[in-house]
Design a protein around this ligand. Structure first.
Ligand code: ADP
Ligand code: ADP
Length: 231
């Protein structure tokens, strides 16, 4: 994985009184799982989108593996970060296989390797490739679409995973299996994982550290799950 550092990062959207993220500094160590928790509207998604450079901070700096996020070219960013979101964000006009194989295709993997990897990733999220490869997103349930979103984020084997409530619509049994899978990816492959959830049990299970954000869009506490629970 790669270390991610936020230095005094603020994001203000136009026509909004309060900042969405207000002077946040946070070091996410390489190879750890850091979970962001906090009330709706405290800036969790905005933080994730800034790390993935979908939006720019108003002020402050973000580095990934020591490089300023704004200086990383789009191709390198694609290889570095896998991103999965609650709404899954699948391309409706593309099949499940095309969605999962998109980033590997963009970074130049050959067809056979993409196809094998797509099947492997669908298996990993509990979707039978034979049954689902050629379907379109609208033919899947919300939970199944989320699982495809996770498969897509993992497909190119990026060192960093940004996961924004990736399992919200997934049934509890499958969710438990996917949580275990993420922990395996961290333990065996050293992925750096930033994970957003509303579910405190999930935060405690997955997190090496938990960042608790408050209504003021600032970090209230950043510590181990044990220390956060004790507080
Ligand atoms: P969370 O993920 O913790 O629920 P968000 O990052 O989505 O929080 O939102 C933080 C704040 O920024 C909220 O007040 C939200 O209304 C506001 N916000 C989010 N996205 C936009 C946007 N595109 N334009 C204006 N305000 C936004
Ligand atoms: P564009 O620049 O036209 O948005 P991209 O190919 O950069 O096209 O990304 C298109 C969409 O693909 C993004 O909106 C995002 O949802 C998804 N995406 C991009 N990079 C990744 C990634 N590393 N992992 C998973 N999904 C990604």
């Amino acid at each position: 994985g790669a270390e991610i550092v936020l230095e005094d990062v603020t994001k203000s959207y136009p026509n909004q009184k309060a900042a969405a993220v207000d002077h946040v500094s946070l070091t996410i160590p390489a190879g750890e799982v850091v979970v962001l928790v906090g009330p709706s509207g405290c800036g969790k998604t905005t933080t994730m989108r800034m790390i993935n450079r979908l939006i720019e901070p108003t002020s402050g700096r973000i580095t990934i593996g020591g490089k300023d996020a704004l200086s990383i070219d789009p191709n390198e960013l694609r290889r570095t970060i896998g991103y999965s979101i609650q709404q899954a964000g699948l391309f409706p006009h593309m099949t499940i296989a095309q969605n999962v194989g998109m980033v590997p295709g963009l970074i130049g993997w050959n067809k056979k390797k993409i196809s094998d990897r797509t099947d492997e990733m669908l298996d990993l999220v509990g979707l039978d490739p034979g049954q689902y490869r050629e379907r379109y997103p609208r033919q899947l349930s919300g939970g199944q679409q989320q699982r495809v979103g996770v498969a897509r984020a993992l497909a190119a084997d990026p060192p960093v995973l940004l996961m924004d409530e990736p399992f919200g619509a997934v049934d509890p049994i499958t969710r438990g299996l996917l949580q275990d899978e993420l922990m395996r990816l961290q333990a065996e492959l050293g992925k750096t994982i930033v994970f957003v959830t509303h579910d405190f049990d999930e935060a405690v299970k997955l997190g090496d550290r938990i960042a608790v954000l408050g209504n003021q869009s600032r970090i209230l506490q950043y510590d181990t799950p044990e220390a956060v629970l004790a507080n």
